[in-house]
Design a protein around this ligand. Structure first.
Ligand code: UD1
Length: 360
């Protein structure tokens, strides 16, 4: 009997909820054997292990423990530590997820060793090469042999870049597979004392948090909002470091609640009840679109344009006035209703598994 060996690589928080449904769906195929490698890019309990536990993921077979570093250090370290694993375990195909440094590092190693790479969440483009994730997306898609896209814009971008269309499959959004599976459980995590109306905030992109003046502007705006509407802000470690360095983390006061990063279920529970979400994350733009919750994205562009054209997302760039006006408009009850994009239906991972099974 055929015994295909598939090796998955995950490293950072947004990878985990994408890999979980794919591992599960492939697990239904008897002819497939799986290995899970965690690069250790994210290593804090709240950014990593908590997700494995909640999502019911198997413990990684291998952890490369690369930790933090500059982009070059982190990417190079992952490549150095991952190469011997591929040589030793000899997978038939390696699946990489999303656009983090672990994604591109693993893809490059495999391309050089001539091991086929499948990329889940291929084709997304912000067309902004100042974003490290855009570089990771472009390079990963160039070397991948199988490209799974979440929406038609992904297929269009890949066609423009000369990727053979036979290798590209529009399968839908695996992140939404996880959301749909976990939603009933998340609803049980809604805190009893949650206010009726509140603003939920996440910010971690270097473009927002490494610029102290701009971070201060955002914080002043949040403080102002918090006089009338509660603001809940789970803080990413990078953001926490910047706030501390700038002396801004003392601004936690009555209506503004800064906390540690939240586990998946707690954060999803808050998203389902938020009056508006302010974010610079990629995945949260998608989750709010699915949930029909208004989302304001503090970025000039997005690699997920469908959340703006079809969903509930609005880009406000780095413009304090636009951010302020948009928040007030939504708190005043005026917001986009949006629709759920095609194939964001909870079955994307099953489609991936069927294609993998037919291909390898
Ligand atoms: C990474 C991804 C980004 C993703 C984000 C989700 C890249 C280029 N970026 O950004 O696309 O949206 O994850 O969180 O891969 N740190 C900790 N504990 C951890 C991990 C990180 O304290 O467990 C701190 C370290 O000081 C580190 C900093 O956070 O230097 C940034 O971590 P890193 O993995 O480099 O990038 P993220 O900003 O998390």
């Amino acid at each position: 009997m055929r015994n295909t060996h598939i090796l998955h690589v995950v490293g950072a928080r947004p990878n985990f909820m994408k890999a979980a449904p794919v591992l599960r769906a492939l697990g239904e195929h008897d002819s497939i054997r799986q290995t899970l490698v965690h690069t250790g890019q994210h290593y804090d309990f709240n950014l990593s292990e908590a997700f494995f536990q909640e999502l019911g993921m198997p413990a990684p077979d291998v952890n490369l423990h690369v930790g933090s570093g500059s982009h070059a250090e982190q990417t190079a370290e992952i490549m150095k530590r991952f190469e011997p694993i591929v040589l030793e375990r000899r997978p038939d195909v390696v699946i990489v997820y999303g656009d983090v440094n672990s994604t591109v590092a693993a893809a490059l190693v495999c391309a050089k060793l001539r091991v086929p790479v499948a990329h889940v969440e291929a084709g997304l483009r912000s067309f902004d090469r100042s974003m490290p994730e855009e570089i990771n997306r472009l390079l990963t898609d160039q070397v991948a042999e199988l490209l799974f896209t979440p929406s038609q814009d992904g297929n269009d971008n890949l066609a423009r870049e000369g990727i053979p269309l036979a290798n590209v499959h529009l399968v839908g959004n695996v992140m939404i597979d996880t959301l749909m599976r976990m939603l009933p459980c998340a609803r049980r995590h809604v805190p009893a004392d949650l206010p009726e109306r509140f603003v939920l905030v996440t910010l971690h992109r270097p473009a927002n948090v490494d610029d102290v003046a701009w971070l201060g502007d955002i914080l002043r705006l949040l403080t102002r909002i918090s006089a009338t509407t509660q603001v809940i802000f789970p803080v990413h470690p990078r953001t926490k470091r910047r706030l501390t360095a700038a002396g801004l983390n003392g601004s936690n006061h009555r209506g503004l609640h800064l906390s540690e990063p939240l586990p998946y279920l707690n954060f999803l529970a808050l998203q389902t009840r938020a009056t508006v979400v302010i974010t610079d994350s990629g995945g949260i733009q998608e989750e709010t679109t699915f949930l029909g919750i208004p989302c304001i994205t503090v970025r000039e562009n997005t690699e997920r344009p469908i959340t703006v054209t079809r969903g509930t997302n609005t880009l406000v760039g780095r413009d304090p006035l636009r951010l302020c006006t948009e928040v007030e408009r939504i708190l005043g009850g005026e917001h986009k209703r949006g629709t759920v994009p095609p194939y964001w239906d909870g079955h994307a991972a099953e489609r991936i598994a069927a294609i993998m099974d037919n291909t390898f």
